[in-house]
Design a protein around this ligand. Structure first.
Ligand SMILES: [Zn+2]
Length: 92
């Protein structure tokens, strides 16, 4: 992708950048491009927010399992809490 294409990415590219963010670091232009895209595209913004929340929830959960504070299967109340916070973020 050229600089202009990176800054004005389409939805498929924005999604790919969000996925890439999960694996490693984004370049400055990718960050700006993603920010610009989510500024005017509600769908990608929702995907981006969801993805960030899921990553965070997963990270917290993995930490709790490591610490022995959480067992499987998940406590239903924790599931509900995760669902509620996801829905809350989506309405922002
Ligand atoms: Zn989009």
């Amino acid at each position: 992708m050229g600089l202009k294409d990176t800054l004005f990415m389409n939805c498929a590219e924005a999604t790919a950048v969000v996925e890439k963010k999960r694996d490693g670091k984004l370049s400055f232009t990718e960050k700006v491009g993603l920010w610009l895209h989510t500024f005017y595209c509600r769908l990608c913004k929702a995907f981006f927010v969801q993805s960030a929340i899921l990553d965070k929830s997963y990270h917290n959960l993995a930490q709790r399992v490591t610490d022995g504070r959480q067992t499987y299967p998940l406590d239903p109340s924790l599931k509900e809490k995760m669902k509620a916070s996801l829905q809350e973020e989506m309405q922002k």
